[in-house]
Structures are given as structure tokens and as C-alpha cells.
Design a protein around this ligand. Structure first.
Ligand code: PMP
Length: 433
């Protein structure tokens, strides 16, 4: 199928027909340089490129691959569902079962009803429309460096690819739409209070990453999510907790399972909930969720929403993500992040390891950044040589310092050893950058 094509050739061919050679910007290696690897298969903790080279994978499809790639139970469920038809554009028992499972895992304190969509972008977009419909207000508050997908109102000072490529926003967003989003600094409750004191009556919702991981990982200060929710609620605004990345990854019930001493009004999910296929969701209490069509006046729809093959992947992934999986992820993240830190320290490289649950990333600065402004004040140029040294040693890291590293249940001792063995040379490369 792929006789002796190189990654460079694959990229060149792609660039002729795909803008930038990719279908999502960060994949283009924009900040680390070189030809992105073109992958043909993945199994467990490994991915294999067109040249037949195998890498230990710490991208995990950007989050979904919590059980490792091509988990046999997930593949069997997907094959079984596919054999029964790829989609009906109608209701299925599976989508109800998935909603029941998610509500059961997260708890009815937070979720009574769920709507399934296909991407995290759709989930946040719909949550915002719902918040506006529920409050009759227009303004949205987001935090600098947080990423919530690529819909018009959410690209101002976004993380992820916008951070990687240093893009402050997006062309093509009409000014009146951009003006409906107010961006403030993260972890800054004074800024939140000030803004709400001034414009609280106009604010429909605050959207916040449950634990930000799209400007590198930056954990919320203790009590931040709780106090933010209290301030918003005191002004009649809703809180949209974005768990697209953290949901079902950092604990069996997501970030809410770690710090849920507050009640967001809407929660968004993606990535793990779809087990690697296009599926995402938003949920909340019935009073808000029932404002969605067909019951209520807020419209949202999708040809592929609740697709049965994606539902089968998501259901099987969640059913197999048991307590043992989460302790393995936590232990693996702890081992790996301390090894990275030790290797960088041995080379005298200023760094802090940013952790939120089992998510982590490096910041090349001596103190831990708490917001986007601080995140940008780091020796980001050290990441490219670090990344390429790891890649040539057979370890595939996220191609940007502003992305989290994703471990999986399949990262066993052999995979870990390969990463640990590669670290000293990568740290040396970072030091000499
Ligand atoms: N919210 C968060 C927190 C995310 O990390 C992402 C994707 N990385 C999204 C929303 C958007 O999801 P999608 O790429 O599926 O549209």
C-alpha cells in the first residue's frame, strides 16, 4: 500500500492538495519545523509511519486514545456496529445507553441530560447558544490561552494552534461577533469580579477549560472554578465547564471528579467520550438542556449526531476505562513527568513541569506559569530541538510546547523505558538550543 514512500514525500504530496498539507493546523509541525510524520497504523502505545518506523506515542490522537490505540474491545465493538449499518439518521438504543453511562459516572448533581454531537467545537458552540437562549443575554466571557474549538466567538486569544502559531484571533470573524466575547486573564478572580461588577447584567456565560491544557497545562488555582461559578451565578450568568480534553481522562468523571465543589450549568465533552471516533457532547441539568429543540427554542441538529459506530467506540472505551486504568495513567504521568524534570535539571535547563491530574507539559521557565501572559514568557525555542531529539529516538510528542502530553493504559514498562532512555539526549539538545 505504501511502498517506500518517505514522510517528506507524503508531506509534499499532501501540500499540493491540502492547505499546509494538513487538516488541522498543529499537525503541520509549524513551531518545531521539519516534515510531519505521516502515520499508517497504531497499536497500544505505538504509532507507525509511512516509512515503517514505530514511535512511542504521547499524543494519543490528542486525547481519545486513553486505552491505547486499537484496543481490541473497542475495535470489536466498532466492527460489530459497522456491520449493522454506519448510521440511520434516527434514534438508537446505544446513544441512550451512552447518555445514561455518562450521567451515571459524572453524577446527576451536574448532568441530567446530554446531547450528542460530533466535535468539541460543536459542543461548546451549542452550549454558548443555549446559555444565550436561557439568559436572553449576548456577552460571553473566556480566558486568554483557553481553547474551545474554532467557532467564530471563541478564537480570541485562543490556545492550541493559535498559541503555537502566535495567532491572536482569526480572520473571517465579523467584528460585531468578536465583540460579543470578552477575554480576561486566567486565574485572576479580581479581573472576574471587576468585569462582572461592570457588565454582569449583559453576560450570558463564562466558558472555562476545567483545567486548561491548550496553553500547555496550567492548573486552576485552588478554589478558582468554585469562586468563578459563584461570581457568575450571583450575576445571573451561566458557567460552561469545558471538559472536552479533561473529561473521562483525569478521573472516571473528569475534572469535576477532582474539584467539583461547585455546579457548572453546562459541561462539554469530546475526545475520550468518542473513543477515537467523531463524537462529543454537552450536558447539564434538565431545566437548561430542555431548552434545546425539539423541546425548546434553541436550535441545534446534526446528520451524524449520535452516530452508532462512534457511540459504540465511546461506550466501549468508557466501559473499559476502570479504576485500574486511571491509577495507571496517574502513575505513568508521575513517573514520566519527574523523569523529564530530572533530565532537564541534569542539563541545567530552566523549566517547570505543569501538571493537572494526569495531564502534564513542560514550560521552559523556572517558575510555574499561572496564565497565558506568563506561559508566553518562556524559552519556547528549546522545545523544537527537544522534540526532534525525542522523535529521532522513536518518541512522538505533541509538536508544540503549548500542548499537553497524553499517556494511556497501554503505556507499559517497555514503552516507558524507550521514553526514559531518550530523555537525556533530548534535554541536552534543549540545553544547547
Ligand atoms: N475544548 C477543548 C478544551 C479542547 O481541547 C478542544 C480540542 N482540542 C476543543 C474544545 C475542540 O474540540 P474539537 O477539536 O473536537 O472540535
Amino acid at each position: 500500500m505504501t511502498e517506500s514512500i518517505t514522510n517528506e514525500q507524503a508531506f509534499e504530496r499532501a501540500r499540493a492538495v491540502l492547505p499546509g498539507g494538513v487538516n488541522s493546523p498543529v499537525r503541520a509541525f509549524g513551531s518545531v519545523g521539519g516534515a510531519p510524520r505521516s502515520f499508517v497504523s497504531a497499536r497500544g502505545p505505538y504509532v507507525t509511519d509511512v516509512e515503517g518506523r514505530e514511535y512511542v506515542d504521547l499524543v494519543g490522537s490528542w486525547g481519545p486514545a486513553i486505552l491505547g490505540h486499537a484496543h481490541p474491545a473497542v475495535i470489536a465493538a466498532v466492527q460489530d456496529a459497522a456491520a449493522r449499518g454506519l448510521g440511520f439518521g434516527a434514534s438508537t438504543p446505544g446513544e441512550t445507553e451512552l447518555a445514561e453511562l455518562v450521567i451515571d459516572r459524572v453524577g446527576t448533581r451536574y448532568l441530567e441530560k446530554l446531547r450528542l454531537v460530533s466535535t468539541g467545537t460543536e459542543a461548546t458552540m451549542t452550549a454558548i447558544r443555549l446559555a444565550r437562549g436561557a439568559t436572553g443575554r449576548d456577552l460571553l466571557v473566556k480566558f486568554a490561552g483557553h481553547y474551545h474549538g474554532h467557532s467564530d466567538g471563541l478564537l480570541a486569544e485562543g490556545g492550541s494552534g493559535l498559541a503555537t502559531l502566535a495567532i491572536p484571533g482569526s480572520a473571517g470573524v465579523p467584528a460585531p461577533i468578536a465583540a460579543q466575547t470578552i477575554v480576561i486573564g486566567y486565574n485572576d478572580l479580581d479581573a472576574v469580579r471587576e468585569l462582572f461588577a461592570e457588565r454582569g447584567h449583559e453576560i450570558a456565560a463564562v466558558i472555562v477549560e476545567a483545567a486548561p491544557a491548550n496553553m500547555g497545562v496550567v492548573a486552576p488555582a485552588p478554589g478558582f472554578n468554585r469562586d468563578l461559578t459563584e461570581i457568575a451565578h450571583n450575576h445571573g450568568a451561566l458557567v460552561i465547564l469545558d471538559e472536552v480534553l479533561t473529561g473521562f481522562r483525569v478521573s472516571p468523571s473528569g475534572w469535576l471528579g477532582l474539584d467539583g465543589d461547585y455546579s457548572p450549568d453546562l459541561v462539554t465533552y469530546g475526545k475520550v467520550i468518542g473513543g477515537g471516533l467523531p463524537l462529543a457532547a454537552l450536558g447539564g441539568r434538565a431545566a437548561v438542556m430542555d431548552l434545546l429543540a425539539p423541546l425548546g427554542p434553541v436550535y441545534q441538529a446534526g446528520t451524524l449526531s449520535g452516530n452508532p459506530v462512534a457511540v459504540a467506540a465511546g461506550l466501549t472505551t468508557l466501559k473499559n476505562a476502570d479504576a485500574a486504568v486511571y491509577s495507571h495513567l496517574d502513575a505513568t504521568a508521575a513517573t514520566l513527568s519527574s523523569a523529564v524534570s530530572a533530565a532537564l535539571s541534569a542539563e541545567g535547563v530552566d523549566h517547570s513541569i505543569q501538571r493537572a491530574g494526569n495531564l502534564f507539559s513542560i514550560a521552559f521557565r523556572s517558575t510555574a506559569p499561572t496564565n497565558y501572559a506568563e506561559v508566553k514568557q518562556q524559552d519556547a525555542f528549546r522545545y523544537a530541538p527537544f522534540f526532534h531529539s525525542m522523535l529521532s529516538a522513536g518518541v512522538s510528542l505533541p509538536p508544540s510546547v503549548y500542548e499537553a502530553w497524553f499517556v494511556s493504559a497501554a503505556h507499559d514498562a517497555a514503552a516507558l523505558d524507550r521514553i526514559l532512555d531518550a530523555l537525556p539526549a533530548a534535554a541536552a539538545a534543549a540545553a544547547s538550543a
